[in-house]
Design a protein around this ligand. Structure first.
Ligand code: IFM
Length: 449
C-alpha cells in the first residue's frame, strides 16, 4: 500500500447479486419452482405481496446489465446459479436450457473482461426438495452433490472462483426455526434445526470436492458466512479478548467443522440431546481445505468484558445510526473486527468481503439522478475499516459491494433498495446512483476517494 489510503496491488474489487433476487423469468426455459416462489405467495409473508417473478428482469436483460458493469469499470462480479434452473426438481432430470443460460452469461462476462465469482447456492432451494424434507433431510445434500458436480463440470473451464453456499444460518435457522422470517417458514424444534445446519455443511463439502475434481487449474473455492459479529466497546485488551471469546462462541457451530474438522465440545454441550446426527466421514468432507473465507458484513453487536470469562453485550441505543432495514445498524468497525477475529481464530488463507452495503426505502430518481450520499458515507466508513484491517495484517484480499442493482430483498420485497444502480420496477430502467459513480472511482484508483 504505497499511499496511506491505497489498497494492496491485486486487491479484488467487485459487486454482488444473487439469482432469484434479480433474474425474474421464473418459468422460463424449464425452471422449476423454488421455496422462495412458494413462500412469496403465502399471504402476509412478503411486504406488499411482492414476489420474485419479474424482479430486475435480468434473465432477459443480462447483456444490458453486463454493459452497465463494464461502463462502471467492474472487473469482478459475484452472482449465483439458480439450482431450480439446472435441476427443476432438485434431482432427477437435468435441464440443459438452464445450464445454457449460465453458459451464455459467463461467456458474456468474460468477453467484457469481468471475472465471474459463482455462488452455487443462494437460498433458492428447489420446492420439490422442500416437499421431501428440505434441509431437514439428507436427500437434499445428496441432490446438491450432483448439482454442484454438474455446474462445476459445465462452467469450470471458464469460472475460476466459486462460493459454495451463502449465509447458512439464513436458509436453515431463519427458515426452519420458530420466529424466522425466511422461506420455507417452518417451525421446527431445535434438534431439527441443528440437523439442517449439518446438511448445509455437508453441501459445502460437496461443493469444495466438486471444484477440486472438476474445477481445473487455478480454481478456488470458499464458503460465504454471515458470522455473528461484534465490536469491543473499547480497544483495551480486556474488551478485545471478551469480544474475541464472544465471536468464537457464536460462530463455532459453523466455523469449527470447516476449520477444525469437528463440532466444538461446547457446541455439543449446548445442543444436549438436540445434537445433529453425523455419519462416519462427514467431517472429512466438511473440512476439506478451502482457499478463502467469504464474510458478508453489515452490522455487529458491542461487547465488553464482564465477569471473568463472561463477555457482555451492550444494548445499542435507539439513537445509534441505522439504515432503513431495521436490523442494519451502521457499525463500520464490524468489518475490522469480524475479519480480524476470524483470522486470529481460524487462519483462513484469505478473506473476501463477499457482501457489504445498505438498504434504504425511498431513493427517487430526480432529473436523471439518485443522490444517495447516505450510501456513499456508509461505504466509505466501512472501507476505511477494511483498510485498517489490512494494515494490521488481516488477509482481506477483496471486497464485493452488495448490490449492483436494487432487487428483491426477500421478506422486504422491493421496498428496500440495496443497489448502487436504481431500478425502476415499472419500466426496468437502470439509473446509476451517485454511489455507483463514486465506487467506479474507488475501483479505478484502488483507494477510498
Ligand atoms: O439481500 C441480502 C443477500 O441476499 C444476503 N445478504 C444480505 C443481503 C441484504 O439483506
Amino acid at each position: 500500500m504505497s499511499r496511506p489510503d491505497c489498497f494492496p496491488r491485486n486487491f479484488v474489487w467487485g459487486v454482488a447479486t444473487a439469482a432469484i433476487q434479480i433474474e425474474g423469468s421464473e418459468q422460463a426455459d424449464g425452471r422449476g419452482a423454488s421455496v422462495w416462489d412458494t413462500f412469496a405467495r403465502r399471504p402476509g409473508k412478503i411486504q406488499h405481496g411482492h414476489t420474485p417473478a419479474i424482479a430486475c428482469d435480468h434473465y432477459k436483460r443480462f447483456p444490458e446489465d453486463i454493459a452497465l458493469m463494464s461502463k462502471l469499470g467492474v472487473k469482478n462480479y459475484r452472482m449465483s446459479v439458480a439450482w431450480p434452473r439446472i435441476y427443476p426438481n432438485g434431482d432427477g432430470s437435468l435441464n440443459q436450457r438452464g445450464l445454457d443460460f449460465y453458459s451464455r452469461l459467463v461467456d458474456r462476462l468474460l468477453d467484457a473482461g469481468i471475472a465471474p465469482w459463482v455462488t452455487l447456492f443462494h437460498w433458492d432451494l428447489p420446492q420439490s426438495l422442500e416437499d421431501r424434507g428440505g434441509w431437514t433431510s439428507r436427500t437434499t445434500a445428496d441432490a446438491f452433490s450432483r448439482y454442484a458436480d454438474t455446474v462445476v463440470r459445465h462452467l469450470g473451464n471458464r469460472v475460476k472462483r466459486w462460493i459454495s453456499l451463502n449465509e447458512i444460518r439464513c436458509f436453515t435457522a431463519l427458515g426452519y426455526a420458530a420466529g424466522g422470517d425466511k422461506a420455507p417458514g417452518r417451525n421446527e424444534p431445535e434438534s431439527v434445526v441443528n440437523q439442517t445446519y449439518h446438511h448445509a455443511l455437508l453441501c459445502h463439502g460437496y461443493a469444495v470436492r466438486a471444484v477440486r475434481e472438476h474445477g481445473g487449474r487455478g480454481a478456488q473455492v470458499g464458503l460465504t458466512d454471515n458470522s455473528d459479529l461484534c465490536i469491543p466497546v473499547t480497544e483495551t485488551t480486556a474488551d478485545i479478548e471478551a469480544a474475541r471469546a464472544w465471536f468464537a462462541e457464536k460462530n463455532l457451530h459453523l466455523l469449527d467443522p470447516l476449520y477444525r474438522g469437528s463440532y466444538a465440545p461446547s457446541y455439543l454441550r449446548r445442543c444436549g440431546t438436540s445434537r445433529p446426527k453425523v455419519n462416519r466421514g462427514d467431517f472429512d468432507l466438511i473440512a476439506l481445505p478451502t482457499d478463502f473465507l467469504g464474510l458478508n458484513v453489515y452490522s455487529a453487536k458491542f461487547v465488553r468484558s464482564g465477569k471473568p470469562g463472561r463477555p457482555e453485550t451492550l444494548a445499542i441505543p435507539d439513537k445509534y445510526p441505522r439504515a432503513d432495514s431495521p436490523w442494519l445498524r451502521i457499525t463500520p468497525q464490524a468489518i475490522y473486527w469480524g475479519p480480524r477475529f476470524a483470522h486470529e481464530l481460524y487462519g483462513p488463507k484469505a478473506i473476501y468481503i463477499t457482501e457489504n452495503g445498505c438498504g434504504y426505502e425511498s431513493e427517487p430518481v430526480v432529473s436523471g439522478e439518485v443522490n444517495d450520499l447516505h450510501r456513499r458515507e456508509f461505504l466509505r466508513s466501512y472501507l476505511r475499516e477494511v483498510h485498517r484491517a489490512i494494515a494490521d495484517g488481516v488477509p482481506i484480499a477483496g471486497y464485493f459491494l452488495w448490490s449492483l442493482l436494487d432487487n428483491f430483498e426477500w421478506q422486504d420485497g422491493y421496498t428496500r433498495r440495496f443497489g448502487i444502480v436504481h431500478v425502476d420496477y415499472r419500466t426496468q430502467r437502470r439509473t446509476p446512483k451517485l454511489s455507483a459513480k463514486w465506487y467506479q472511482k474507488v475501483m479505478a484508483e484502488n483507494r477510498i476517494v
